[in-house]
Write a protein that binds this ligand. Structure first.
Ligand code: CTP
Length: 414
């Protein structure tokens, strides 16, 4: 399973999810979803339809921590009100994979098996991840069922494109697991950023000096990606401006986050300036190069052209955060960072306060880039946070997902 920005969050511990699994070749993938939610200490109960039990055993899901695991409505040792249980306890219900048959049952309010009855008795957020043959997915009966469920507020995680097990190609295979994983986390998150448009900058920039080489830094983009995902989970409509990342998988963003790839500081600045007037908030987490080297041509610079070495002049780049924050409307909110090299967390506070003031941010988080666990590429971060109302705190080392979560909480108070 792809590494996710949020698979080490501690902010969902104690939440309860009910997982329905239907008969489909994709049902073995539900085991990975279960593991991912369990890793976050989410309590997961499950219902495996009788068709699904022909593909996978309930024992697999029990062994991975689902509790209880329902197998059928009239199993001898089943509680008589088991079909009402998830409705009383779960904060979200997800059916992954959802077969065409269960989709029809859900759309029509049919309660003829345990899963359909449980869904009928559940009035919380319902997430549906269909999986079926592409011709079935194209059928107008299925389309009508999907439309009905959408209209009633169910979240459909649309299937992806590819070759089905039968050899047919088209849309029908169950969505990628991170999309389903995050759709459920979104249903479990407070929607304090709902309806707000957020611009997030993430990752490094690359400043070319010949046609093939550049000046850059080792930012993984993980802090920015965690913030983009966090704002998305909390209801924002997110546009992420991403510098080029080398580390595969470090910058996973769900399909619903609009992703714009840029290379240089200048490109990031131009894109940010164009987008900014439509935004309600800006989250500036990119490690933007403050200076760019002069370019010495579009060809590869040959050793023979300067065997004694050479000198490059650097010119300053515009400060994206500072420029946009200074030109903002009063309702636009701004979160920035400060990368500093100091020996103690305490020293960060006055530096963060000075940068917050200079850049006109609402919230600013400073970290020690000389601390390996809090610098570029680390999965964790420890920050000193200040805001424009004079609040200041030093946070302990925690995952970047948790740092992002708490920073969004600070920002959404503005
Ligand atoms: N930033 C930006 N554009 C730049 C440089 C920085 O948007 N050209 C943003 C970063 O995304 C971060 C904040 O400004 O949110 C602070 O970046 P940092 O590198 O700590 O500070 P600088 O402004 O570059 O100042 P200095 O190098 O003097 O510490």
């Amino acid at each position: 399973m792809t590494e996710l920005p949020f698979d080490n969050s501690t902010r969902f511990a104690g939440k309860r999810v009910h997982l329905g699994i239907c008969g489909s070749i994709a049902c073995y993938r539900a085991a990975d979803l279960l593991r991912a939610w369990r890793k976050l200490n989410i309590h997961v109960s499950a219902t495996i339809t009788e068709s699904a039990q022909r593909f996978v055993s309930p024992m697999l899901f029990k062994s991975l921590g689902a509790m209880p695991v329902y197998e059928s409505m009239f199993a001898p040792d089943e509680d008589v009100f088991a079909h009402l249980e998830p409705g009383q306890h779960a904060h979200a219900m997800v059916v992954a994979p959802t077969s065409a048959d269960t989709l029809a049952r859900l759309a029509h309010g049919n309660a003829s098996d345990m899963l359909a009855a449980q869904a009928l008795a559940f009035d919380g957020p319902l997430i549906i991840a269909p999986a079926m043959n592409p011709r079935m997915w194209d059928n107008s009966a299925v389309k009508a069922n999907v439309a009905v469920l959408r209209e009633r507020g169910a979240h459909i995680v649309a299937p992806g494109h590819g070759e089905a097990a039968c050899g047919d190609t088209g849309f029908g295979r169950m969505a990628d697991l991170p999309e389903i994983f995050l759709a459920v986390l979104r249903a479990l998150s407070p929607q304090d950023m709902k309806g707000r448009k957020a611009l997030v900058t993430a990752g490094p920039t690359r400043e070319p000096w010949d046609g093939f080489r550049y000046w850059s830094n080792p930012s993984s983009g993980l802090m920015g990606a965690s913030l983009a995902v966090c704002a998305f989970l909390r209801g924002a409509e997110v546009t992420a401006l991403c510098g080029p990342i080398n580390v595969t998988g470090a910058l996973f963003l769900p399909d619903e986050v609009r992703r714009c790839a840029v290379e240089s500081a200048r490109e990031m600045f131009d894109a940010a300036q164009t987008l900014w007037p439509r935004m309600d908030m800006g989250i500036f987490a990119a490690a933007v190069a403050d200076f760019s080297p002069q370019s010495i041509g579009q060809k590869k610079f040959k050793k023979s052209e300067s065997p004694e070495g050479f000198t490059l002049a650097f010119h300053p780049n515009p400060d994206i955060l500072e420029t946009l924050a200074h030109s903002r409307k009063s309702e636009q909110k701004v979160l920035g960072f400060a990368a500093e090299t100091v020996s103690t967390m305490q020293e960060l506070l006055p530096m963060a306060a000075a940068k917050l003031k200079r850049k006109k941010a609402d919230v600013l988080a400073a970290n020690r880039v000389n601390e390996p666990a809090a610098g570029f590429c680390a999965p964790t971060n420890s920050v000193a946070v200040v805001d424009s109302r004079g609040r200041e705190e030093i946070w302990p080392m925690q995952s970047k997902a948790d740092v992002a979560w708490d920073l969004c909480s600070w920002l959404s108070q503005f």
